[in-house]
Design a protein around this ligand. Structure first.
Ligand code: PMP
Length: 575
């Protein structure tokens, strides 16, 4: 007999962390027998380390049909997770299941703490399978597109009844914290901001934090031992520690403040690359990289007479792992890929790539500009050598970013800026360097921005990256559904299950710039052009595309307004 969600919560709350893990294991004992006939390849869930079969018994048809999940696994913990899923979805219709914010259940149970990142992938695979069965049911009988309640209403109606409200992903509450999004444009319309891939908006908390620093205790950092100096050091180093734990670095000393992703990647190409890449060495990257993760390697290869090679992509814009294996069969000095493509939206399997690359002796550099703000990251689990990202895409300020490096990589990297703070001793004819991070932070750091970024990270952690990712994926699915209705429209990149909140497309006979102008008339802000991925656009044989990109604050209403403005623009431009 499966317990109810309320019973599971009650038990969980009464237990300490160790007993909670045990309880999760024992939950699996409640699972009903799974028929052997259903152990088919079709019912196997991908992305799980263990074997998981999942299907549903459906009574009725269409959005109001009832779905009962049937699943099994050879792993006891996964069996426990299945029971949680069964309890959460029990008694719901297909439509309710599709709209259910399951991440809030996982957050309330603090599942992150109890399951490994690989298991989290598997759990995500199960949820995607359930959602796709539910979505197929919803679509099966509804001739018109089902608008459903918006996400804010969903969180309130379907989750708040079983969870503390604070645990629910309440997009209306989130959006309310972003002043720019709540300021009407000329004409009184609210902005539909779909360009977070370029820069995200900032929540009030980040704006206030920067103001607090400027108004209350600003001073230079690592200089004065007076009261303001002590406070500013505490705040700056507090931000560093928070960021270290956010990406699961083993020490705050691995976190170097930079001006942004571009600066971080150039730092590695120059500081590490010039010393460790030599004639004939091979550097791997992909054609889908942002120029910031392409040109530095191209120039390094030219300068050092090394070879820059491209890892082939699959037709739907994912890294071809078999082709990567072939490239890695000979020594490779460095591999540089993004965690998530800023044009295709593809999420790259970083842990898998890093594991393969390490076996070939390559240094693994990850451009996390798009992935770090949208997906949970663990540099230790992924075992990457370097990870870089920018503050302004992570709800934080411009002018600050992060370069993470493993201890040994930072030891073997040369500083490229010389001056104050980065030295150990300076003599007339020679100098020695401080240890990281100071070694790479010559001069005055972007103090206010770095503290602001620490606050942005705190804010993001509070909302929860897993929940943000799930929310963005639901918006992506909604966009896909809408875009597929437009004749002559082509979406680039993989299906929603392999991407984050980015969708780029082009429409036959319509110039992206014209489209952007007409969308702008309706207060819909998209990006158009080559998105700093010229080689990729050339390979796709397009000069420019239109891109929508999401963040935690976007709603299904934003998507509806975008789709309506798009329909209007297309009919005007095709008149
Ligand atoms: N890499 C990727 C994948 C990006 O999307 C961007 C920003 N568009 C960058 C690098 C460069 O970031 P920044 O401009 O903050 O240096």
């Amino acid at each position: 007999m499966i317990p109810t969600l309320a019973e599971i919560f009650e038990e969980f709350n009464d237990l300490d962390a160790e007993d909670q893990s045990l309880f999760l294991l024992e939950l699996g004992d409640d699972l009903d027998e799974f028929p052997d006939s259903a152990r088919t390849d079709e019912n196997l869930v991908h992305g799980c380390q263990s074997q998981v079969w999942l299907t549903a018994c459906i009574s009725g048809s269409g959005p109001d049909s009832r779905m009962q999940l049937v699943a099994d696994s050879d792993s006891a913990i996964v069996r426990g997770l299945i029971v949680i899923l069964q309890a959460a979805y029990s008694g719901l219709t297909a439509r309710e299941i599709r709209d259910f914010d399951i991440q809030s259940v996982f957050r309330a149970l603090n599942l992150q703490q109890h399951i490994s990142p690989q298991r989290r992938n598997g759990l995500r695979g199960m949820v995607e399978r359930i959602n796709s069965i539910a979505a197929a049911q919803v679509a099966s009988c509804s001739s018109s597109v089902d608008s459903g309640p918006n996400v804010a209403e969903r969180s309130r109606t379907s989750v708040a009844v079983t969870l503390p409200v604070s645990a629910a992903f309440d997009v209306a509450h989130i959006r309310g914290q972003f002043p720019v999004l709540n300021r009407p444009l000329a004409g009184g319309i609210a902005p539909v901001y779909l360009d977070s891939g370029a820069s995200a908006q900032k929540p009030q908390a980040v704006i206030e934090k920067q103001r607090e620093v400027e108004e209350q205790y600003f001073a230079n950092a690592h200089r004065g031992t007076y009261q303001l100096g002590v406070r500013i050091d505490e705040e700056l180093e507090g931000a560093r520690s928070r960021i270290a734990s956010f990406i699961d670095a083993d020490s705050p000393d691995r976190i170097i403040f930079t001006p942004g992703t571009t600066a971080g990647l150039n730092y590695i190409a120059t500081g590490w690359g010039r010393r460790h890449v030599g004639p004939g060495d091979r550097i791997l990257t992909t054609i889908a990289e942002h120029h910031a993760n392409f040109v530095p390697w191209q120039q390094l290869a030219r300068e050092r007479q090394a070879q820059l090679q491209l890892i082939p992509l699959t037709d739907d814009g994912r890294i071809d792992l078999a082709a990567l294996d072939e490239l890695l069969s000979a020594p490779v000095r460095l591999i540089a890929v993004s965690g998530m493509s800023n044009m295709l939206g593809t999420i790259n399997p970083i842990a898998e790539i890093a594991q393969r690359a390490r076996a070939a002796g390559a240094c693994v550099v990850i451009d996390g500009a798009q992935s770090v703000p949208h997906l949970p990251v663990s540099v230790q689990q992924d075992d990457v050598d370097f990870l870089v990202f920018s503050g302004h895409k992570l709800y934080g300020p411009t002018g600050v970013g992060v370069l993470y490096g493993k201890a040994e990589r930072l030891d073997e990297m040369d500083p490229i800026f010389f001056g104050g703070h980065m030295i150990d001793r300076v003599g007339v004819s020679d100098s020695t360097w401080a240890k990281a991070p100071a070694k790479f932070e010559a001069g005055t750091a972007p103090i206010v921005q770095a503290i602001g970024l620490g606050e942005a990270v705190r804010w993001t952690e509070e909302v929860g990256l897993a929940a943000i990712h799930a929310h963005e994926q639901s918006l992506v699915r909604q966009v896909f559904e809408g875009l597929q209705q437009i004749a002559g429209l082509k979406i680039f990149g993989p299906g929603p299950e392999h991407r984050g909140g980015i969708v780029s497309f082009c429409i036959d006979g319509i110039h992206p710039e014209d489209l952007a102008a007409l969308l702008d008339e309706r207060g819909v802000f998209t990006r158009h052009g080559h998105h700093c991925t010229m080689p990729l656009h050339a390979a796709l044989q397009v000069t420019g595309t239109t891109r929508v990109s999401f963040a935690a604050y976007n709603t299904s209403t934003d998507v509806e307004q975008f789709l309506a403005a798009l329909q209007r623009a297309v009919s005007i431009l095709r008149r």
